[in-house]
Design a protein around this ligand. Structure first.
Ligand code: NDP
Length: 447
């Protein structure tokens, strides 16, 4: 960062939000890549928009008390950040993971504002969750926790106020329990209050697949720009959760050889191509560890280390697990092994140093805000269907998702070209989304 006003603003963000390193990272990345815009349009620096954009409109922090199967009272922390409502009701997922704390929720909420702006849909940015760890909990415990969480959250959300969805640790089962409790407390069957619902009470087809499929549609565009496609490409995907599974599915459908994936304990490598039906059974149905894959396929190799994934040679790497998984060492390792495309299914999987390394070494890089926007875009489509009281077919939603991902790529690419750094999709997507958001904020006055 060279601009003095931006440096001062970033220093202020750090001192007002001490120790929130993930949030600092997210703000730094955006401010950094907006510099070329401010050189051409300095009005933004004096508009007061930047000072407001880095400050959440509201941060809700609450106690969640529940009783486990042994009759012991447990206490977790719940959060919801309502970051920016200039473009529409706050919209963003809920994450249940022991690492959840204000810095994580704020970085996710901040990124969400820009991601949602890129989709072109009327959605503001928000995010929430809890430090509750779903691993090893019984179904009854998950239900009681979700009910306790919603017993506070319900007073802060609504279809025209704030519309949460799933994220890590929150899938269709959890959304069902959360929705049931919302309905009971509010006495309203307001389907538009949560997205990611099951199809039989207001969910949308394709929502489950959307982030993974959307990521692959985005990468298709990246490949097309280099006159390439997925056929025969070696792909590695981190994680084996919702985003990973459907990224693997679509990449395989388009002819890629997906050779490795992981979970938080380790990595599996299957040179013949991953058996996705088995991964779904292990992770979606049995909720077991990925290591079980080798019980059925003894030729596959298991490494008891999740970062071993990045030692596997590939053409395309899709980090789809969690923040911070690609540090400079993993970026260098990917490059050394011939990887030429990296696109983020997870939020903030790559460090700033790793991103800089990709950009300066001609590894074509698709940043999270653009590449994983398919999930929230399809949530937006779920909200539209709830308002219309209509259900679109799988093909109809998938086509709309595909069109949105194409349009996000075009915006990021054309903006990168306009600001004379044509392969820098980080800059392209940050500038394009900032302009939409900032113009809406300016039009609505100082709030
Ligand atoms: P899930 O909870 O469904 O899956 C997360 C996966 O990541 C699990 O397989 C988990 O393994 C694995 N994982 C967690 N930590 C690590 C680690 N350190 N190393 C390797 N694997 C790890 O979450 P989602 O798939 O929904 O979300 C994944 C990422 O995508 C998150 O960053 C999320 O914010 C982002 N995202 C999700 C969207 C969605 O629609 N779901 C939308 C946009 C972004 P284990 O089973 O061991 O915990």
């Amino acid at each position: 960062m060279k601009n003095l006003s931006l440096i001062q603003l970033f220093e202020q963000v750090k001192s007002r939000n001490p120790y929130e390193t993930e949030f600092h990272h997210a703000v730094e990345e955006v401010l950094n890549s907006l510099e070329p815009l401010f050189e051409v349009e300095p009005k933004w620096l004096k508009s007061g928009v930047l000072e407001r954009i880095v400050e959440p409109e509201r941060l809700i922090h609450f106690r969640v008390s529940w009783v486990d199967d042994g009759g012991i009272v447990r206490v977790n922390r719940g959060f919801r950040v309502q970051f920016n409502s200039a473009l529409g009701p706050y919209k963003g997922g809920l994450r249940f993971h022991p690492s959840v704390r204000p810095s994580i929720i704020k970085f996710l909420g901040f990124e969400q504002c820009f991601k949602n702006a890129l989709t072109g849909l009327p959605m503001g940015g928000g995010k929430g969750g809890s430090d509750f760890d779903p691993k090893g909990k019984s179904d009854g415990e998950i239900m009681r926790f979700c009910q306790a969480f919603m017993s506070e959250l319900y007073r802060h959300i609504g279809s025209d106020i704030d519309v949460p969805a799933g994220d890590m640790g929150v899938g269709a089962r959890e959304i069902g329990y959360l929705y049931g409790m919302y309905k009971k407390l509010s006495n309203v069957h307001a389907q538009g209050v949560l997205t990611g619902k099951s199809i039989n009470y207001g969910g949308s087809l394709v929502r489950t697949q959307a982030t993974g499929y959307g990521l692959v549609y985005f990468v298709e565009n990246m490949l097309k720009d280099k006159n390439e496609d997925f056929k025969g490409k070696r792909v590695i995907v981190s994680g084996s959760g919702n985003v990973s599974i459907y990224a693997i599915e679509k990449a395989q459908e388009l002819g890629a050889l997906v050779v490795a994936c992981s979970d938080s304990n380790g990595t599996i490598v299957d040179e013949r191509g991953l058996d996705l039906a088995l991964i779904k059974e292990i992770k979606e149905i049995k909720r077991e560890r990925i290591q079980r894959y080798c019980d059925v396929h003894p030729n596959a190799i298991y490494h008891a280390d999740s970062s071993a994934l990045y030692d596997v040679a590939c053409d395309i790497a899709l980090p789809c697990a969690t923040q911070g998984e690609i540090q400079i060492e993993q970026a260098q390792q990917l490059f050394k092994n011939g990887c030429r495309f990296v696109a983020e299914g997870a939020n903030m999987p790559s460090s700033l140093e790793a991103i800089q390394f990709f950009l300066s070494n001609d590894v074509y890089f698709g940043p999270a805000k653009a590449a994983n926007a398919g999930g929230v875009a399809t949530s937006g489509l779920e909200m539209s269907q709830n308002s219309l009281r209509l259900n679109w077919t799988f093909e109809e939603v998938d086509q709309r998702l595909h069109a949105i991902m194409d349009q996000i790529y075009v915006q990021a690419k054309q903006t990168a070209i306009a600001y004379k750094d044509p392969n820098n999709l980080v800059m392209g997507s940050n500038i394009a989304s900032f302009k939409r958001l900032a113009e809406a904020m300016l039009a609505q006055g100082v709030l």
